[in-house]
Design a protein around this ligand. Sequence first.
Ligand code: NI
Length: 170
Amino acid sequence: MIRPIVLWGDEVLEKPAETVTNITEEEINLVRDMIETMYKAPGVGLAANQVGVAKRIMVTDPSAGERKNQLITVVNPEIVAVDGEQYEEEGCLSVPGFSAEVVRPRKIVIRGVDLNGKEVVVEGADLLARAFCHEMDHLNGKFFLDHLSFIKRDIIRRRIKKMMRDGKWE
Ligand code: NI
C-alpha cells in the first residue's frame, strides 16, 4: 500500500525516531509499504518517519527500482565508518521542489539489523552513501537543509512557509 509522504513542517520529521525493539508483522507491513511508496515517488531512499511512523527503519535503492538487487532495508541503522567526500545536488521527497548541493562522505559503512533481526553490515559508495546519510538524517530528525548555510536554508524555509500560507504545500 502506498502511504502518503509526510512533508517538511510535520513534527514527526523533526525529532529522532525510536529504536525498533521487536520486528513484528507491523514492521514487515510498514517496510513493504515504504518500498512501494519509494518506488512510486520515485525516490532512492525513504525513512519510516517520512510516512509518519517514528521508527528507526530505512529503505534505499540507488537505482530507484530500475535494477535488481539494489534494494536495502536496514532497521536501527548506525554509521560505523565514513571515508572521503562528495558534493552533489540533493533533494528530498519530504521537501518537493527544492534541492541543493550537499557534502557527504564518498563511502560509508552502516550496521543494523534486517527484517529477520539478523545483524547486517552494508557498505555504500557514491549515491548509495548519499542515500544512507540522507535517510539517517531523517531518523535523527534532520533534513538535508540542515547541511546548508543559514542563508540558503532560510531562503528555502521562507519559500516553503509562503507555499504553506498559499495552501500549496501538501
Ligand atoms: Ni529525504
